[in-house]
Structures are given as structure tokens and as C-alpha cells.
Write a protein that binds this ligand. Structure first.
Ligand SMILES: [Ca+2]
Ligand SMILES: [Ca+2]
Length: 316
């Protein structure tokens, strides 16, 4: 399993160049570009040694923003001789070794609606409303956990603060009416870690909660309240995430396979037929993510099987 990419300063693979590889046994390699940051105009990628691969070039430094993705089946080379709208904007690259046999889940389909419904129920009667739909994305090597990758579900919110009543509480009637409402744009985000509960069951659990509130007179109060609510909801969200586990178990049973360690890809699942038709795609980190479950058979993963002797058990 080896994916190799070279990024170039000019179109048609000219100018300064940098080559990176993700070798055997490595799922991901994330690279923040040095001198080539915001200079890349062309890049190419290839995959060898039994692996298919993807290489993403992101317009931001932390593996997000817009991206150009290359699809490289084993033995192929794919390229952008010119990255077009992403010209001189790419700052980080993600190399991914893909398994030959995988299945995938689209969390936008399986998670976003359920999350929104649950959030609406929680917020009913409160001066908080959702602003748009939840956004699902991949979070790669964040500062709080730079070795790992997460699935993020983020919701923008509008919090209404009754400024009049707040002013009274502060003991000074600075405003003529208690009907003055100030809107605070804010957001909550849950970073979910994906793991296996067993070789047939995906485990998805909230690992990190981020709350953000725009600046203003009552930012601190709004933040405290919202953050308490967001963290208070983690247990409920984890319960809802168990549905992903149920789903994965059903898939394992139907396909009569086990799973390897799950992983996340930015955007929708890249197509992997010949690169002449599906060599790559331009996408946006905020337009979803894909949960990938590598498929394992009984015979291909002897070491894994040792961990679940019950799965091999046979009745008399
Ligand atoms: Ca350039
Ligand atoms: Ca940039």
C-alpha cells in the first residue's frame, strides 16, 4: 500500500516541486505545505503495492476548505495539469491508502436529519433556533488531537437575547423596552471518533464539543448557556449514534464479512474506475464526508479473528 504524490508550482508539472508518500500500513498522511503553500498549480499521484489511493489538495492549511481530489487505482497515475479554480490556493495535502474491498456510509444521509430533528426537540420553547441544516465534514489531525481523524457535525444557531430584560437584571434600565431582541449568531460542533466495537459493529462516539458565539455585549452569557447545553446533549447524541452501529452490524451480516478499522474521507465517496473517466473531483470540505469500512473475510485477517473466537464458533 503506497500512495505517492508530487505537487508543482506551475501548470504542466513545472517549477518547484515536492513529493510525498504514504507507505505500507499507513492509512493517511497529512502534509502542510511549506514553500509551495498557495503556489501549487499542478499535481499528480500514483498508487502501488496492492493499494488504491486518493490524494486531496486543500485550500486551507488544516485539511479543509475547497479541495482537488485525485483517484488512483493501483498501477495508475492521475493528475491535474492545472488545478483551475484552486490555482495558487492549495496549502495542505492528504494522502490516503484505500483498501481493495470496502463499503461506505454517507453520514449526511444517515445522521444529519436525525440530528436536526433531535436538536429541534431539545430547543423547543427556548430562544434558540437552527440556522440552516447541519453540516457534516471530516476533521483531520486537529490541534486538540493531532494524530487522529474525526467526523464533525456542526449546526449554526441563532440565539435571541432579550436585551431589555437583561438590562433590568443588571439593575440599570438602559433600554426603553423589554421587547428589544438581539440575535447572536453561534454554532455548536461535535467531533465524533469512529472505531470498532467488534469486528462487525462500528462504534461512533462524541470526542470533542466546540461552541462558538459571535462577539457582542452578551457573548459570555450566551456562550456559557449554549456550551452547557451542547455538552449536556452528548449522552443523547451518543445514543443516537448507536444507530450507525446497528446499521453497520446489519451490513456485516448481509455481506457476511467483518470490518477493518473505519476511516473518514472528505466529501462524497470518490469513484474508483479507470482515471480516464473518474480521475478526480473538485469539492468542498463542508459538503459532507464519507465513513469507509474496509471489508475483511474470515481468511484474510487471521490476527483479527483471534480477537473474536465467538464469531468462528460452530454449534454441534
Ligand atoms: Ca503556481
Ligand atoms: Ca489557500
Amino acid at each position: 500500500m503506497t500512495v505517492i504524490t508530487t505537487l508543482f508550482e506551475h501548470q504542466g508539472f513545472g517549477g518547484a516541486a515536492n513529493t510525498f508518500s504514504a507507505g505500507r500500513g499507513t492509512r493517511y498522511r497529512g502534509v502542510r505545505l511549506g514553500g509551495l503553500a498557495n503556489e501549487v498549480t499542478s499535481f499528480r499521484a500514483s498508487a502501488t503495492e496492492g493499494s488504491d489511493g486518493n490524494v486531496y489538495g486543500f485550500t486551507h492549511r488544516d485539511f479543509d476548505g475547497r479541495f482537488a481530489c485525485l483517484n488512483v487505482p493501483e498501477g495508475w497515475t492521475s493528475w491535474y495539469s492545472d488545478v483551475g479554480p484552486l490555482n495558487d490556493d492549495i496549502e495542505s495535502a492528504l494522502l490516503v491508502n484505500r483498501d481493495k474491498e470496502e463499503t461506505s456510509l454517507d453520514p449526511v444521509f444517515w445522521l444529519a436529519d436525525a440530528f436536526a430533528t433531535q436538536l429541534d426537540a431539545m430547543l423547543a420553547g427556548q430562544p434558540v433556533r437552527r440556522d440552516g441544516d447541519p453540516v457534516i465534514s471530516g476533521v483531520f489531525f486537529p490541534a486538540y488531537d493531532p494524530e487522529r481523524v474525526f467526523l464533525r457535525i456542526q449546526q449554526n444557531l441563532v440565539v435571541e437575547v432579550d436585551v431589555g430584560s437583561q438590562a433590568e437584571v443588571l439593575g440599570v434600565q438602559v433600554l426603553p423596552s423589554d421587547l428589544i431582541i438581539d440575535d447572536y449568531h453561534s454554532s455548536i460542533a461535535y467531533d465524533i471518533f469512529l472505531d470498532l466495537a467488534s469486528l462487525r459493529r462500528l462504534r461512533a462516539e462524541v470526542h470533542w464539543v466546540t461552541t462558538w458565539v459571535e462577539g457582542g455585549m452578551f457573548t459570555d452569557q450566551v456562550f456559557e448557556q449554549l456550551h452547557a447545553q451542547a455538552t449536556g446533549a452528548v449522552g443523547t447524541l451518543n445514543q443516537a449514534l448507536a444507530a450507525l452501529g446497528d446499521l453497520s452490524e446489519a451490513i456485516a451480516i448481509i455481506r457476511r464479512r467483518f470490518f477493518g478499522q473505519p476511516y473518514v474521507l472528505p466529501g462524497s465517496l470518490p469513484n474508483m474506475p479507470p482515471p480516464s473517466s473518474n480521475f478526480g473531483v473538485i469539492g468542498d470540505s463542508n459538503e459532507g464526508a464519507t465513513i469507509v469500512l474496509p471489508l475483511r473475510s474470515f481468511l484474510s485477517d487471521v490476527a483479527d479473528l483471534a480477537a473474536v473466537p465467538a464469531a468462528l464458533g460452530r454449534g454441534p
